[in-house]
Every structure is written in structure tokens, then in C-alpha cells.
Design a protein around this ligand. Sequence first.
Ligand SMILES: NC(=O)c1ccc[n+]([C@@H]2O[C@H](COP(=O)([O-])OP(=O)(O)OC[C@H]3O[C@@H](n4cnc5c(N)ncnc54)[C@H](OP(=O)(O)O)[C@@H]3O)[C@@H](O)[C@H]2O)c1
Length: 240
Amino acid sequence: MNIGIIGAGHIGSALAVRLTSLGHSVCIANSRGPETLTDLAQKTGATPVTAREAARHGELIVVTIPLKNIPDLSKDLFEGVPADVPVIDTSNYYPLLRDGQLPELESGDLTESEWVQQHLGRPVLKVFNNIFAANLEKSGQPAGTPGRIALAVAGDDAAAKQQAMALVDELGFDAVDGGSLHESWRQQPGTPLYCTDLPAADVQQHLASLGTTRTPEQHAQFAANQAAQEKQLQAQGVKL
Ligand SMILES: NC(=O)c1ccc[n+]([C@@H]2O[C@H](COP(=O)([O-])OP(=O)(O)OC[C@H]3O[C@@H](n4cnc5c(N)ncnc54)[C@H](OP(=O)(O)O)[C@@H]3O)[C@@H](O)[C@H]2O)c1
């Protein structure tokens, strides 16, 4: 498959390594231009391009840049890209360490990926946001392996979701339907599904017990969990 990746950091490069090793043709972009991606191209086998070219590289696109940088992407990034090309968003909201406060996300009116979707002017799927890049690159296993990590895939387009779920499986993870994009709060930071590397039965159980409509109490609890996690990372000197 031809896959375009916008964002060449931890997640973008982990995906590029795995996807090229599976035989996919990968084009990858950052903010500074393809000439700055020579080393990454050697390491991953992906072809460095501009973000506009990555968005036009075929059958599936992944946007994997910090949330605060989403509004920097050109408004016509996806102009002319066929509507049936799925766009995956991997982003997470880190208000303290990286993104600053975004009112729509603080209030819980929008999920993080709904916010991204609004900015891109294009439907997105949420996946790969809740697994660490190193595990995405190294922890995939063949289907049927006991304890295989499962990843939730949320989105509103059934055909696009099927394609994303097939890719998740190819990368070595069980794919679990995470519901609509509005329900994708269930895989955001602070929730039981965030970077916990659970198998499919546990992911399904958490999705069911969380329900589909986020209550104010759930919003407050998961935001508090995320704030505590960010403060811990800050105390350790981690910079995102
Ligand atoms: N790190 C993880 O383990 C992990 C796990 C799951 C999800 N995520 C989420 O996935 C997203 C990406 O995370 P990451 O850790 O991979 O980020 P990262 O390592 O900081 O890399 C960010 C990448 O985005 C590029 N970028 C920034 N603005 C851009 C723009 N306007 N156009 C094109 N490229 C742009 C940067 O390019 P330049 O360097 O040229 O600016 C860089 O290549 C974040 O929302 C993060 O929360 C991360």
C-alpha cells in the first residue's frame, strides 16, 4: 500500500520502520523539509517529501504531529485527496508539558481527535495514540499469540475504520472497534486504555464499562489523572 506520514518524530518513524518492513511504500514529512530527513530515510526506508506530497501519497495517511502544531498545517493540505483515503490521527493533549490550554478540550465538548478533525477539515480515525512509540515498533506479534496487545480504532466511517483495523493487525496488534470519534475519549490520556498495552478482551471490557457518553465526573477524573502524569514527567525533567 502507498502510505503517507505527516510527522517524522517518535511515532512517525516507528510506523515508517514497521510499514516499510512489511513492504509498504512510505512517504514521510516533517515541518522543516525533506532535506532534513536524510538520516531518517536511511534508517526507515521511507521517502522524504513535503507534507503536501505525503498527503497525496496514495491509500492511507497518518497525521502524527504534536496537537499544538495541528493548526499550523495548511488549510488545503487534503484538497483534491480522494474522500475514500483514510486519515489517521495519533494525537494526545498534553496541556502542561507541551500544548498549552485548549478551551474546547478543557471543557470536554470535543474529543481530541474531533478537535483535530475540525482543524484538518477532513474526517479522521483515532488510533496509535495510546501505545508508546517503542512498543509500536517492537511489540507487534502474530495474530493468535496469547496476550497480543490490542489497539482501539475510533472513527465514524465504517470502510475507513476497516482499513485502519486491517493495518493494525498487519502491524502485529489486535484491532478493537473503539466506536465513533465522539466516543474516542475512552482511549485518551488518563483513561484505563492509555498506554496500558492490554489484550483485546480487556480493551473491550474497559470500553463497555466506560459507556459511550462521557460524564462530567469521567472528564474530571481522566483530566486529573493526566495532570498527575504530566507533573510526574515534569518532575523527572521529561520534555515533549
Ligand atoms: N511519543 C510517543 O510514544 C507517542 C505515543 C502515542 C501518541 N503520541 C502522539 O503522537 C503525536 C506525535 O508524537 P511524537 O512523539 O511522534 O512527536 P515528536 O517526536 O515530537 O515529533 C513530532 C514531529 O511532528 C513534526 N511536525 C510538527 N509540526 C509539523 C507541521 N506543521 N508539519 C509537518 N510536520 C510537523 C515534527 O517535525 P519537525 O521536527 O521538523 O518540527 C516532528 O517530525 C503527538 O500528538 C503525541 O502526543 C506519541
